[in-house]
Design a protein around this ligand. Structure first.
Ligand code: SF4
Length: 372
């Protein structure tokens, strides 16, 4: 209930510095980049939030008039009840500077993907790549095995990153009888750098926290057959934490400072992309990073991408440059996104008649079958 006392307050309503707003075509997104959560708000509320920085609550009610009193009450209540903002006295309200939109990283490469189809083949270059990723201060590695691996093979993959800069290791592996939960738990307890272990093609979905909020095992019935499974844009993949939100203002939210090795040992921006930059057996990663063609993908931020540039989700969404709506246009919207920022509706991208040509171009008929 909105009190009369608050309505006549001389205090100012300020958003917490970590609460950041992205204006979209029809509506806006309020991202709480500290708590990693987000909420949709009307675009009209943006003017109100700007005015609230300049005028006390009492003055805001006067400015908006009696006819809009209920709307002002709802905006103030919404911000306070959801802890997106706070009330500050005149004397101290300038002591809360806004957060600077900025992103920096000390790492030359921040993240990497290594795909596995044949473990013995990957083993011929795995240690060489890990050593080079370490020299480039890589922080996160995702290993995606499309086939089953034995526990000893998983141990080998994790042991090699033990004494390196890699802090977060995420492993996808195909389910089989020799990967019971107790063995997997032991693996994660012994290798604390494994943050997520995802067992795909499993008989049921479940999740198990090995160390709360630090390492988990997931079983999913979803099949991961090859790199064409990647690039899905869905709400569940949105990332509202500050680092991602900031990085997306300046760089591509998937490819920036990434280097990948596909299942054949070919070095690429991402395993799903076509362009090869050499072989993991004999090409040095530093040489690839000095290639401007390779790093140009890093700078392709969402504000440059058609449709996405008008979308309220653009700084929490992960981009995909491997599968786009128009394969001839590098600024084209990700193919596997079913969201329309003009209607604010999600629909099935696989069924969209306008996307069928691109689906055929990328030979994604299989993925349609897997997802249905
Ligand atoms: S339109 Fe673009 S920014 Fe919006 S959800 Fe889809 S891919 Fe993400």
């Amino acid at each position: 209930m909105f009190s009369l006392e608050l309505k006549q307050s001389d205090q100012y309503l300020l958003l917490f510095a970590a609460c950041l707003i992205t204006k979209g075509h029809n509506r806006a997104l309020l991202t709480d980049s500290q708590r990693g959560k987000f909420d949709l708000i009307p675009n009209d509320m943006l003017d109100f939030i700007e005015n609230a920085k300049r005028y006390s609550i009492k003055t805001l009610f006067k400015i908006y008039g009696e006819e809009n009193s209920e709307i002002v009450e709802s905006y103030v209540s919404y911000i306070l009840e959801n802890e997106y903002g706070f009330l500050a006295d005149e004397k101290i309200r300038h002591n809360f500077p806004e957060i600077k939109i900025d992103w920096k990283s000390p790492s030359t490469i921040t993240n990497s993907i290594i795909d596995i189809k044949d473990f013995e083949h990957t083993k011929t270059y795995y240690e060489r790549i890990i050593s080079q990723l370490n020299a480039l201060q890589c922080e996160a590695l995702q290993i995606r095995s499309y086939t089953s691996l034995h526990i000893e093979q998983l141990q080998y993959l994790a042991t090699c990153v033990q004494e390196t800069s890699i802090e977060y290791l995420e492993i996808y592996v195909k389910d089989h009888d020799e990967l019971p939960l107790d063995k997997l738990i032991r693996l994660l307890q012994e290798h604390t750098k494994i943050s997520n272990l995802i067992v795909h093609s499993a008989s049921k979905n479940d999740e198990y926290d090995v160390i709360k909020k630090l390492s988990s095992i997931y079983h999913t019935t979803q099949e991961l057959t090859d790199e064409t499974c990647c690039g899905l844009v869905e709400k569940q993949y949105f990332n509202a934490v500050k680092d991602h939100y900031m990085e997306a203002h300046f760089y591509n939210s998937c490819l920036n400072r990434k280097i990948s090795v596909d299942a054949n040992g070919i070095l690429k921006n991402c395993p799903s992309m076509q362009t090869s930059y050499g072989n993991a057996l004999d090409t040095n990663l530093v040489d690839i990073i000095s290639n401007e063609d390779f790093t140009s993908a890093w700078n392709l931020k969402k504000d440059f991408v058609l449709t996405c540039q008008e979308c309220e989700f653009r700084y929490i969404c992960t981009d995909c440059r491997a599968y786009v709506e128009d394969p001839e246009n590098r600024y084209s919207k990700p193919l596997k996104c079913g969201y329309d920022p003009h209607t604010n509706e999600w629909s099935s991208w696989e069924e969209n008649p306008l996307k069928q040509k691109a689906i055929e171009h990328y030979e994604l008929k299989n993925i349609k079958r897997i997802l249905s």
